[in-house]
Unconditional design. Structure first.
Lengths: 61, 353
């Protein structure tokens, strides 16, 4: 699963297409990431757990 | 002769019609393009280096096939005279070396883009400017070769600006601000007025060979120095401009470059300094003083620079030899620091015809 911030979705979707993996799952977080304080980053990560599990298990989370 | 296989479009004879199609199709860098008619493309391909493969391979980011025909089409659109095509091919081959890290250079939010430096006898023969005003404007060879390389990156490598994304054609260049060098950046070294061996000789080629060297430059930081009277003073003023807070090389290391105008280079050269000694000096003096960095940010400056610590002054890169020293330009007391994308190395390729 690739984690991407929403501002860079064109790069993520273009690259998975170029790699011949158009269905590669993406877990999307709101932009920006780098400038957030640690507590917000932990919260962002927590919000991804369901998406990541669904992507890895085919939606059986 | 290479058989042309690219899709053809009938747009009539007007340059305006072709450019409307080019903009709508996402082929343009925003400036008018020369229509790549079969005759023009064939003329450029007639100057392809002898024995060239039909393709240089898949080009990052989009893995488009970098065929000679497609490179020639972009060279025509950029206005490259056919005799300069071998320089374009060498530059494309250079940026596709894995150590140049084209994927990251194309996709990054930083402003990185290739600067092409031409060395050897072909500089003069093909009309490259290495003297006054060499970064432009006004010189066809410099302007069109740099532009052709950028169009190749856009149209074969998929490096269109992200803000120009359309459904099915994503823009993959995520530069936050960019810089004018992304329209094209090609210079030649002023070998005749340099006190040192030319860049390509330093990098293992014969003086009689001609080469391109590509650097992933993210800006040109001008340094004016009317005051320095000796080598130490000249290099001190340059190193002050390098070791500044926010420079990508300080965060990521990599391979920064500097270019001295011939007058300042002569001041350093007449005292007998070798190029290696210049690099040693810059390495020792172009450093970030951690006392200027807020304490809570200091560890961020060391994430990619694990060799160093807060107790040391952080150098611009990890080894003196990682700094490239060029001599460019004409009369005047000027030099320039060329910060580079951290995860990219300069690559040199011989120009063959």
């Amino acid at each position: 699963v690739t984690v991407v911030s929403d501002a860079f979705m064109p790069l993520a979707t273009g690259e998975r297409q170029a790699l011949g993996q158009p269905g590669l799952p993406l877990a999307v977080v709101p932009h920006p990431v780098a400038s957030r304080p640690e507590a917000e980053l932990v919260e962002l990560g927590g919000g991804l757990v369901t998406d990541v599990i669904e992507a890895l298990t085919g939606g059986s989370a | 002769m290479i058989e042309l296989t690219a899709e053809r479009f009938d747009v009539g004879d007007s340059i305006e019609e072709f450019n409307e199609l080019a903009v709508a199709s996402g082929w343009s860098d925003g400036l008018p393009l020369v229509p790549p008619t079969p005759d023009r493309v064939t003329a450029v391909l007639g100057h392809a280096p002898e024995g060239s493969p039909e393709s240089l391979g898949p080009m990052a980011i989009s893995n488009g096939d970098a065929t000679l025909e497609k490179i020639a089409i972009n060279a025509v659109m950029a206005g490259v005279p056919p005799r300069l095509f071998p320089v374009v091919v060498a530059a494309v081959d250079a940026i596709m070396d894995p150590a140049f890290n084209l994927f990251a250079v194309q996709a990054t939010t930083s402003s990185a883009s290739p600067m092409v430096v031409v060395n050897g006898p072909l500089r003069r023969e093909l009309g490259f400017n290495c003297g006054a005003g060499c970064f432009g404007p006004g010189w066809t060879a410099n302007a069109t070769v740099g532009r052709a390389l950028r169009l190749v990156m856009l149209n074969i490598g998929g490096g269109r600006p992200v803000a120009l994304s359309t459904p099915g054609i994503e823009g993959l260049d995520c530069a936050t601000i960019g810089f004018p060098g992304k329209f094209g950046m090609c210079v030649a070294e002023n070998e005749e007025e340099s006190p040192w061996e030319p860049l390509h000789v330093e990098r293992g080629f014969d003086a009689e060979e001609s080469t391109v060297t590509v650097f992933a430059v993210d800006s040109t930081c001008a340094v004016r120095d009317n005051a320095s009277q000796n080598a130490g003073e000249v290099l001190a003023s340059l190193s002050h401009a390098m070791g500044r807070f926010g420079t990508a090389n300080l965060l990521f290391g990599g391979r920064p470059a500097v270019a001295l105008g011939p007058e300042l280079a002569a001041i350093v050269g007449r005292e007998g300094w070798t190029k290696s000694e210049v690099k040693e000096f810059l390495f020792e003096h172009a450093r970030l003083d951690f006392s200027l960095v807020p304490p809570n940010q200091r560890d961020r400056h060391l994430v990619a620079r694990s060799r160093w610590s807060e107790e040391q002054r952080l150098p611009i890169c990890d080894e003196p030899e990682h700094i490239s020293v060029l001599v460019l330009g004409g009369p005047g007391p000027h030099e320039v620091f060329l910060p580079t994308f951290g995860s990219s190395r300069p690559i040199t390729r011989q120009i063959t015809r």
